[in-house]
Structures are given as C-alpha cells and as structure tokens.
Design a protein around this ligand. Structure first.
Ligand code: NAG
Ligand code: NAG
Ligand code: NAG
Ligand code: NAG
Ligand code: NAG
Ligand code: NAG
Ligand code: NAG
Length: 668
C-alpha cells in the first residue's frame, strides 16, 4: 500500500516537472489553437470555436480570459484598452489562459490532455456539451485550477487520481450527469482536507464502491452530491461533522444506520432510493442492531400492528363496548401465524377494494411492495411504495383508532374513492386487514409540498411570483369547492394546510389528506383536532368545539392564502417559539398604511399595479375567509369566483416552470 502511494507520487511529480518544462516551450495561445480547439470541436465546425483564430483579435475569442505572465489581466471589456483590437496580440508569448468557459456550446469532442499544460488556468467550465472519452489524467497538472465544471457530458472511465493534486486550490468540482465509473480515487496524501473545496458534485454517474470517507475530511465542504450512482456500504458517522448545506445521497445502494445530523436538517429525499437497509432519521427508525428501515408492506403492516395491537384493541374495545370473534384466518395473507382472537368487524378485510384508476392493483402487489416512510402525520404513516412491476404508489397506513364498523366506515371510504378532480389526489384502492388496520392507496406524486416551496431555502427551487402563487391558490380553492359542493354528500377536508398541498412543475396544486377525520372514531378525531393547538390554521370556534365543518375549512384556506401572499409560516414557530398570527399582521399593516410591505418580496416582482393584478383583492378575500365569525365567511364557491376575477395580468411565467430562484445569499 505504502509503496503504491509512493509510486503514484513519483508519477505525479514526474508529470509536474515534465509539463512545467513543456509549457516554457509552447505558449498558451499555441496550445489553445493547435490542441484544444481541434480536440473540443470533434470534427464539425463550431460557431464559438471558430472565433479562436489568428485573423480575429484575441479579445474576441469566445469563452476565454487571459492574463499576462506579469500578472496584469488582458482587459477586453475596457474600450480604451490598446490590446482590445490588436490583431497581432496572439503572438505575445506571455499571454496565459485563466479561464475557459464554454457551457452549452455544442462541443462534441474530447477534453485534450494538453489542458494540463495551461499553467495559469483557474476555471474550466465545459458543462452541458457532448464531450466524450475520459477526463485526462493531465487535468490534475493545471495547478491553479479552482473551479471545474464538466457536468452534463458523456464522459466515461474513472476519475483520475491526479485530480487530488488540485486539492489545495479546488473550490468546486462538478461532474454531474456523466458516465464516470469505478470507485473514487483516494488522495495520495493521507488526511487531505482540500481546505478550499465547497462543492463536490458527482451525482448521476456510475461511480461505485464504498462511501468515499476521505471526503468527510474536507471540512469546508458545503454541497455534496453523490446521488444516482452505484455506491454501497454504510454512510460514515463522520459525514455529520461537515456543515453541509446541500446533500444528495439518493439512488445508490447505501445501507445501515444513517449518521445523526444536527437539527435533523435533511429530508428523506436526500436518502431515498437506497438499499432498504438504510435507516434512521429522516428515514424509518432502525430496528435493533440490524437496522431495517423498510421492507415489504406486509412486513410493515404486521410489524406496526403487532406493536399497536394492545393499544388498538383496548381503544377499539372501549369504543365498541364489545369484541367479536374472528372467523378464522382464511385466505388472508398477512395474518398468517396469528392465532389470537382479533377484532373483526370490517366486513371487507383481507380484500382490496378498488376504485376507478386502481383496477390494475392486486392485493399481492400492494403487500409485496417495498415501502419507505415518507412522513408521519396525525392520521398515520405515509409510505412511498415500489410495486414489483416498477410502478410507484403512495400508501397511507391509518393509525390505530380508525373507525371499525362497516356501517360507518365503508360508505365514507367509498365516497372518498369516488372523488376525482384535478386538484385532489385520487384514492385508488383500500385495504382493511382483520385487525382493522387500514391502508389507503393513492397515486404517488413526486411533487413538492407547498410548505417546502414557500419555506424551504434550497437552491434551484422555482421562483414563486404572483402568477404562480395565484395559480396554486386557485387550484386549492377549486379542490376544496369540489369537496364541499361538487358531490352528493359534501366532504370536509378537515386539515387544510400547506403541508397537505402538493405542487407540480406547472404549479398545479393537489390537496391530500382530505376526509380522513371521518375515518377515525370520534374520540380519536377530536383528540387529533384538539392536539393541534399550535396549528395556525385553526379557526376560533374550532379551538373551543373541535368539530370541523365547511366553514372551518374556509378559515384554514384563508390562513393558507395569507401564507401564500405573505410568505410566512402561520402558527407556532419551532425555532423562536413565537406564535405568528397572520390575520393580525395584516390588520396592523393596514392600520399603519404599510399594506404593501406585508407581501412576500417575490410576490411583488414584476407587479405593476397591485390593484389591477388582483393582489389587494386576494388579500381582502383571505381576510374575509379568516373572519372570526363563521357565518360571514364566504363559501368556497364564492372564493373560487373571486380568485378567478382577480387573476394577475402577466401570466407568462406560468409557462416557464424551470426558471429558478436566484441564489442570492449562498456564499459561493
Ligand atoms: C500588439 O501586440 C503585440 C504583441 O504583444 C505588440 O508587439 C504590438 O506592439 C501591439 N500593437 C499595438 C498597436 O498595440
Ligand atoms: C468510453 O466511451 C467510448 C465511446 O464514447 C468507448 O469507446 C470507451 O470504451 C468507453 N470507455 C470506458 C472505460 O467505458
Ligand atoms: C442523468 O444523466 C443522464 C445522462 O447521462 C440524463 O439523461 C438524465 O436526465 C440525468 N438524470 C438526472 C436526474 O439528472
Ligand atoms: C455508461 O457506461 C456503461 C459501461 O461502463 C454502459 O453500459 C452504458 O451504456 C453507458 N451509459 C451511457 C448513458 O452512455
Ligand atoms: C491521519 O489521521 C489519523 C486519524 O485521524 C491519524 O492517526 C494519522 O496519524 C494522521 N496521519 C497523518 C499523516 O497526519
Ligand atoms: C446492494 O448491496 C447489497 C449488499 O449490501 C447487495 O446484496 C446487492 O446486490 C446490491 N444491489 C445492487 C443493485 O448493487
Ligand atoms: C438528488 O439527485 C437526483 C439526481 O441525481 C435528483 O433527481 C434528486 O431530485 C436529488 N434529490 C435532492 C433531495 O436534491
């Protein structure tokens, strides 16, 4: 091992010396023209590259920045600079290349080895081209390189060991979306800290091997993306020592217990799609020392129910006042091996009740699906589950205390199964086990919640201007209006809040978790409502009475609309402990004539007239929905009508979903 490292060191030093000598003999301009240009363009004539020509002043060569060897930069932007139009400047042997930036330039060749001869090169940006072949070993000899972005090409082969020659200078290394393979090479020097590196993005490649633990010694690292590779093994605890702002370890084959991150700041998506053995917050708890986080749904159902059996049967016994004997375990797969008395009564237990759009599902599919905990809510646990055929569904296992007798439960389930509306997540199937455990099977939507969109500060999130927020608000209002009046029997949502709104790339909002309070026995439903004391969406009468109705939904919608307009979380702030009362905030602002200041700054972007763009009307509407006296609140149908009338004029942003937030405030 030691001799191998020594050997590599020798090679590295050999190359360093070799190239230092070489670069004295050919100037950077020569390297650019004779080696880099023909290699990058890969045959075809390229518009940008053709500007690199002795017939054109150096200042007009696209994508290049230069410095003279005495350290003065070549000032091409300065109109008065004598060098700007100097057609013979390319002959100057002291001209050295500092930066090569040709992103998305349609390049189809290879990265030439001679790149390593550019001794002053600091940044190399060749992302989003069609470059092929390897990353040349020589790249590691451009000893001043600090920023390298080769993302989005077709590079293959392994990452050369020499890359860590750049360790001390390197600030960002982005190789996302190539086809690089093999394990990551270890820096030759032990305990390398690469003290300047902030960004290491190796995502969406074919890297394999163990988690590259040496990375955890890069103590300034802020962004680490190893997602969508073939890494395996466990994730070292030392990772939690890094003060990472962004992390992506999804879609690998990592297993074992996750490190404990301070303030549990990463959500499950950072770790999803790994070996089912990966566990620990924010994924499922590790069980015992083996640490299983997920398994087949049948396993989850049995496991959870076994744990909850005592509690559940006590509760059910209390509510029902009696128990019935089971009729024996017939074809029911998940109850195998259980011979205790159990609370039957559901009537459809052991069978999958299918609704429109769920016809393809079978009980076997569902119970054999591999589940992963996405979220725990007051009504139970939500899993993302992969079916054997490759499809994905969302499963909700209701907590204990759900209704049990056929008469009250099934009609409600069937009613929920009939709800089909663009702004409501569709229930596709329902399963009830013999103990009364209930699985609700929904479409899986890989979308973000409105709560995330509004309050999480992750770079790359879409900008939320007024047109987009209006579309989201209108979607929610339409969904609620449909629940209240679009069906024979009205459905009360009962839990309107930003976390229960999914938003897709085109800003279509979809409500989840509607009607679930009706599936709980009364005591439990009341307990859920009552326990949500810190919840800012709760209407005044609900604080006292604990019964949801359409007017309490309208109130919650009003708060949600304020949240959309103002950009602040309602209710108790977990960090400061303060209670944020959005309607009071607006009242104070109106009194102090600072109404425009309550809006989120992003909302006001591109707004010419808050009146004509419907902003003020929407604020008034939201306040009307939050009226303390329930009877003066509008109905959801009225809300929809008013929102439709207050559409923003400029809605062009709605058709460019990829436009991202600017990354103001990030330190790199
Ligand atoms: C143009 O650049 C060359 C090489 O640096 C130099 O010798 C020459 O004097 C410059 N010409 C003008 C007009 O500045
Ligand atoms: C890399 O891709 C090229 C084709 O672009 C192929 O010829 C070569 O064998 C590949 N190398 C590796 C190591 O996969
Ligand atoms: C991953 O890279 C491939 C090309 O190598 C690309 O087609 C795909 O869209 C990328 N996926 C993600 C999630 O970036
Ligand atoms: C990536 O490389 C592997 C072999 O190393 C090859 O099988 C696969 O097709 C390549 N993928 C792409 C997108 O080029
Ligand atoms: C590297 O770190 C390990 C433990 O952190 C230490 O035992 C070892 O001596 C260090 N090696 C060098 C060369 O500093
Ligand atoms: C993932 O790792 C496990 C061992 O931890 C191994 O059995 C399995 O084959 C790996 N899966 C893939 C797709 O590499
Ligand atoms: C992680 O990266 C993959 C692509 O490599 C992407 O699809 C996914 O959204 C990323 N997840 C997070 C949490 O950033």
């Amino acid at each position: 091992m030691a001799s191998l490292q020594l050997y590599s060191l020798c090679i590295i030093f050999f190359f360093c010396c070799f190239f230092n000598t070489l670069s004295r003999s050919s100037s950077d301009v020569e390297i650019v023209l004779r080696k880099i240009k023909p290699s990058l363009r890969g045959g075809a004539e390229n518009m940008l590259l053709s500007s690199w020509s002795t017939g054109i002043p150096v200042c007009q060569w696209r994508g290049l920045k230069w410095v003279f060897s005495n350290g003065t930069p070549l000032k091409c932007d300065d109109v008065s600079s004598p060098e700007r139009n100097n057609i013979s400047l390319f002959r100057d042997p002291t001209l050295q290349l500092v930066s090569l930036q040709l992103q998305g330039a349609g390049l189809s060749g290879k990265i030439p080895r001679e790149i390593g001869e550019l001794s002053s090169l600091q940044s190399l940006y060749l992302g989003v081209n069609s470059l092929q072949g390897n990353i040349p070993l020589e790249l590691g000899y451009s000893s001043l390189l600090s920023d390298v972005d080769l993302s989005g090409n077709f590079l293959n082969g392994s990452l050369p060991l020499s890359i860590w020659n750049l360790c001390d200078r390197l600030v960002s290394l982005r190789l996302h979306g190539n086809n690089l393979s093999g394990s990551l090479p270890q820096p030759v020097l032990p305990n390398s800290t690469c003290r300047n590196i902030r960004v290491l993005d190796l995502g969406n490649n074919s890297f394999s091997g163990e988690f590259p633990e040496f990375i955890t010694g890069f103590h300034r690292l802020k962004e680490l993306d190893l997602g969508s590779n073939h890494f395996s093994g466990s994730i070292p605890e030392s990772l939690s020592r890094l003060k990472l702002k962004k992390l992506n370890l999804s879609h690998n084959n990592f297993t074992g217990a996750l490190p404990v991150f301070r303030q549990s700041k990463f959500d499950f998506r950072v770790f999803e799609g790994n070996n089912p053995g990966l566990c620990g917050s924010p994924l499922a708890k590790c069980r015992g020392s083996s640490g299983l986080s997920s398994g087949t749904i049948a396993g989850i159902v049995i496991g959870l129910m076994a744990g909850a059996v005592v509690l559940a049967s006590v509760l059910i016994g209390y509510v029902q006042g009696k128990r019935r004997k089971s009729r024996g375990g017939d074809e029911n797969e998940i109850e195998e091996g259980e011979d205790e008395e159990n609370g039957g009564g559901g009537g459809c237990e052991g069978k999958l009740l299918l609704f429109q759009g769920g016809e393809h599902l079978t009980l076997e599919d569902v119970l054999n699906a591999t589940g992963q905990v996405m979220e725990k809510t007051s009504y139970g646990t939500v899993y993302k589950a992969k079916l054997a055929d490759g499809g994905t569904i969302s499963l909700r296992l209701l907590r204990e205390g759900s209704c049990k007798d056929r008469a009250s439960c099934l009609p409600m389930i069937k009613q929920l199964g009939r709800v089909r509306h663009e702004n409501l997540v569709a229930l596709r199937a329902f399963y009830q086990g013999q103990r009364g455990e209930k699985l609700l099977i929904y479409d899986y939507l890989p979308n973000r919640t409105l709560h995330d969109l509004l309050h999480e500060t992750r770079a790359g999130k879409p900008m939320l201007n007024w047109a987009r927020r209006h579309k989201i608000a209108l979607g929610i209002a339409r969904g609620l209006a449909y629940l209240h009046t679009g069906m024979e029997v009205p459905i009360i949502h009962g839990n309107v809040r930003a976390k229960n709104v999914l938003v897709d790339d085109l800003f279509v909002a979809r409500l989840t978790e509607f009607g679930l309070d009706k599936l709980m026995v009364h005591v439990v439903a009341d307990e859920i409502v009552a326990s949500a004391k810190i919840d800012g969406y709760k209407s005044p009468e609900l604080q006292r009475m604990q019964k949801c109705n359409s007017r309490t939904d309208v109130y919650a919608f009003g708060i949600l609309l304020l949240e959309i307009l103002i950009g602040k979380k309602p209710g108790k702030d977990n960090r400061t402990g303060e209670f944020v009362d959005l309607p009071s905030l607006v009242k104070v602002a109106v009194l102090e004539e600072t109404t425009m200041e309550v809006f989120d700054v992003e909302v006001l972007k591109g707004i010419r007239s808050p009146m004509e763009d419907g902003l003020i009307q929407s604020l008034k509407l939201a306040m009307g929905c939050c009226a303390p006296v329930a009877s003066v609140r509008p109905t959801m149908d009225e809300v929809v009508k008013q929102l439709e009338e207050s559409k923003p004029r400029n809605r062009s942003a709605l058709y460019s979903p990829t436009e991202a937030r600017s990354e103001i405030g990030t330190p790199f």
